[in-house]
Ligand binder design. Structure first.
Ligand SMILES: Nc1ncnc2c1ncn2[C@@H]1O[C@H](COP(=O)(O)OP(=O)(O)O)[C@@H](O)[C@H]1O
Ligand SMILES: [Mg+2]
Length: 417
């Protein structure tokens, strides 16, 4: 077997490594008729896992599969359009969709039969109106459920849409936004339950759905989904992946060198593993060599992984916190993580208490605020609990965070309350 390098996007087929246990588990859920919510931080391989699973299900031939990404949607109507557009290849859906377009526009009737998928999508966007997305969406789900084979509908980045519906662009929950979110999730839930036998949802997202819904007291909507947490690769798997990549590209990366690569990362986030290989490959190519040494690992890590080019891929660790936490929580998260980064990756209980005292001047309930931020940081894989507090999960993220935010930072231990 040859494993090809990943490139920039999700992977499947000959670029997909491992995850056999996870794929089997997901397929089993699909076969049992359950709806699943796959969560993990960005770049853990959720999209790849789901795509590869759909690919295998297609190959077996007992399901129809639909994949839709809601990352760029901002309303319920957008979401219905995207799901409709992604479902066009399934028999019977085109007719239904053309009916909507016919009803909502006048000039296109005669040309409608010649329209391709991308043109139909544009017409749909113009046609599905904000008031009728619900009935149109119901009709769409009903058509999917009538399809000859049961349908697996994968919805990627649903929590991002939910977060946007709930908080808008200023990250604030208003009664109206809460109502819209409630309407959308009720609609989805109702359809998921009504067509359970014919339709299985596999929803995934890099933001947990539960913490978002908790904030709006809408948690009940998440309970149709059985949660599935995608974990990082362990050392053996990450080192194995590096080995296969080396073989495919005719490089020699001894076991000790691959272990050193993992030691630097500390956490086997597949994207980081791939990036490390890619950077090492480039480095060896520049030096016209085919064998990597321990020295190469150190050099590539600090020059390339932590260098300007590598950092582009890490930006989201900071920016997404604002999306999830809003402005106030964001500042607290920055401080907590930076204190940990400049303290050898550790955030001790003592530091947390000192920060609490410091915050109490500005905040009525500093302890509650800190705890809720820590909850997110832990849930989203930045920090893990340990005996005396928390520590950074990923060595790469820790080193990057220190380089980016550490300079000039006054640790909690040196602050005056
Ligand atoms: N199973 C896998 N095999 C090989 N590489 C993977 C795998 N899963 C993820 N990756 C790497 O991680 C990157 C991000 O994967 P993706 O599926 O887009 O993650 P997510 O959807 O969780 O953000 C891919 O470009 C690839 O480099
Ligand atoms: Mg993804």
């Amino acid at each position: 077997m040859t494993l090809r390098k990943a490139g920039g996007n999700w992977v499947a087929g000959d670029r997909f490594f491992d995850r056999e246990v996870e794929i089997e588990a997901l397929i089993e859920r699909v076969e049992d008729g359950n709806h699943t919510l796959v969560t993990a931080q960005r770049r853990m391989g959720k999209t790849s896992l789901v795509r590869e699973m759909l690919r295998r299900l297609e190959e077996r031939g007992d399901f129809e599969t639909v994949f839709v990404d809601l990352e760029d949607c901002s309303t319920a109507a957008d979401a219905v359009v995207e799901i409709a557009a992604a479902s066009l290849p399934i028999r019977g859906i085109v007719t239904r969709v053309k009916e909507w377009v016919r009803k909502s526009s006048t000039a296109t009737m005669d040309r409608l039969d010649e329209l391709g998928v991308s043109e139909l999508r544009v017409k749909l966007l113009a046609g599905v109106d904000a008031g009728r997305w619900r009935t149109q969406g119901d009709a769409l789900f009903a058509s999917l459920a009538k399809s000859e084979k049961p349908v697996v509908l994968a919805i990627d980045e649903l929590p991002i849409l939910v977060n946007r519906l709930l908080k808008g662009h200023d990250y604030r929950i208003t009664p109206e936004r809460r109502q819209d979110t409630d309407a959308f999730l009720s609609w989805l839930r109702k359809n998921a339950q009504a067509h359970r036998g014919r339709l299985r949802l596999v929803v995934s997202g890099s933001v947990g759905l539960e913490p978002i819904l908790e904030q709006a007291e809408l948690s009940a909507h998440a309970n149709i989904f059985a949660p599935f947490e995608l974990r990082p690769w362990n050392e053996e798997t990450a080192v194995g992946c590096l080995g296969e990549l080396a073989e495919s590209y005719d490089l020699r990366i001894p076991g000790s060198v691959r272990q050193e690569m993992f030691r630097r990362l500390r956490c086997g986030i597949p994207h980081h593993v791939q990036q490390f290989f890619d950077k090492l490959h480039e480095h060896l190519r520049r030096e016209s060599r085919r064998e990597a040494s321990l020295d190469d690992v150190g050099r590539v890590y600090s020059q390339d992984m932590l260098g300007v080019r590598g950092q582009v891929h890490l930006e989201h660790y900071q920016s997404r916190l604002r999306t999830v936490l809003g402005d106030d929580g964001y500042v607290v998260a920055l401080e907590l993580l930076t204190d940990a980064a400049v303290s050898d990756g550790q955030l001790t209980d003592g530091s947390i208490r000192r920060y609490e005292a410091y915050l109490s001047v500005l905040d009525d309930e500093p302890a509650t605020r800190i705890q809720s931020v820590l909850h997110v940081l832990e849930h989203d894989g930045y920090l893990a609990c340990q005996d005396d507090g928390y520590r950074f999960v990923s060595g790469l993220v820790e080193d990057w965070w220190r380089a980016r935010n550490g300079r000039g930072f006054v640790p909690f231990s040196e602050r005056q309350a």
